[in-house]
Design a binder for this molecule. Structure first.
Ligand SMILES: Cc1cc2nc3c(=O)[nH]c(=O)nc-3n(C[C@H](O)[C@H](O)[C@H](O)COP(=O)(O)O)c2cc1C
Ligand SMILES: Nc1ncnc2c1ncn2[C@@H]1O[C@H](COP(=O)(O)OP(=O)(O)O)[C@@H](O)[C@H]1O
Length: 305
């Protein structure tokens, strides 16, 4: 028995299901549209809406691309859980799964998950060599008796919303475009760490977060941001970079919360990026940096009003 079958048996369904499959990195507006369509059709047909996703990115597992993720696995799960599906099934993606042909893959879904139909995006494909595209699935659906619904892509400013387009926008610091495609601000979450103890002396204490190398981060630079401590929201300025003014240090995220005082080391901080303000600069001295941060804060206050 294949690992895929073993995992599907663990998630075996006792109700008829309508299924969508994908990585859903970002859970962006295109994904949200597809999921809403799945939920709508499932309701109309009295089926369980069921989303199948993979723990690991197929491109990474297959060594095709050093792909950076928009959301960590935990954040993707959180975003998917908020979509109100009946079921979310998280599968392993292994080279072995990549070798299963589309017909067998569909067969397992019919047998173990009682799939009555599949809802996919127009560029979707499953099975070995991505042979199970929308056309192939339609052909199979007549033989194996399930429905296929192909949802058209969401287009924003003449561009199809996609994880690739969001990663590209983030690479250039365009968090505004990332927001348009995600339907929410791009964010990072982490535990506040100690830094070099300079911030307070500068007049701008910063909460430091380490940056996981596997994420599709916004370009280095300064951003108007919103910071969330527990559920409380603060206006903030954030710098992604390595503080060249003080010699190149570790690449990290530094956040100064406006109108806040307190020790937050060890606490979880969520940082939403609202607008790019400027690139990181190697200043001649700390005074020059301090003056610039004051200007950054004025601009951020204006943006975050
Ligand atoms: C809004 C903002 C903008 C910043 N811009 C720069 C910059 O352009 N160049 C730089 O070297 N460091 C920049 N920094 C980082 C500071 O150098 C850093 O916060 C300070 O040295 C405190 O470091 P510490 O938290 O390790 O004590 C910026 C920090 C903030 C909060
Ligand atoms: N407005 C604020 N924004 C961010 N951190 C703050 C703020 N006020 C106080 N802090 C605290 O100050 C700490 C940062 O102090 P700082 O002097 O920059 O040193 P370091 O970054 O080396 O720890 C943060 O971890 C947090 O506990």
């Amino acid at each position: 028995m294949t690992l895929l079958e073993e995992e599907l048996i663990l998630h075996a369904s006792d109700q008829d299901t309508l299924i969508t499959i994908g990585v859903f990195d970002g859970v962006h507006l295109g994904h949200q549209h597809l999921i809403n369509e799945l939920k709508k059709q499932a309701k109309e047909r009295n089926l369980q809406s069921c989303l199948i996703t993979f723990k690991d990115h197929p491109s990474k597992v297959l060594g095709q691309d050093d792909i950076k993720l928009i959301l960590s696995l935990e954040e993707r799960n959180l975003a998917l859980e908020q979509m109100g599906l009946d079921r979310i099934i998280m599968l392993s993606f292994t080279p072995e799964i990549a070798e299963i042909c589309a017909t067998d893959f569909v067969g397992y879904l019919l047998d173990h998950l009682r799939m009555q139909g599949i809802v996919v995006g127009s560029d979707f494909a499953l099975g070995r060599n991505r042979a199970g595209d929308a056309t192939a699935l339609r052909r199979l659906s007549h033989i194996m008796d399930f429905s296929v619904s192909v949802v058209s892509p969401v287009v924003i400013e003449n561009q199809i919303v996609s994880s690739t387009a969001i990663r590209q926008a983030l690479r250039t610091g365009n968090v505004t475009k990332a927001r348009l495609m995600l339907g929410r601000n791009y964010h990072l979450r982490g535990t506040v760490q100690s830094g070099a103890n300079r911030g307070t002396k500068l007049g701008f204490p910063t909460a430091n977060l380490t940056l996981p190398g596997y994420l599709a981060l916004p370009a280095d630079g300064v951003y108007a941001a919103k910071a969330f401590l527990a559920e409380k929201e603060y206006k903030a300025v954030a710098n992604i970079g390595s503080c060249p003014t003080f010699g190149q240090e570790e690449h990290r995220l530094e956040v100064h919360l406006l109108d806040f005082k307190g020790d937050i080391k060890g606490q979880t901080l969520k940082v939403e990026f609202v607008e790019f303000l400027r690139s990181e600069v190697c200043f001649a001295n700390a005074e020059a940096l301090k003056a610039q941060i004051s200007v950054d804060i004025l601009k951020a206050r204006d943006i975050l009003r």
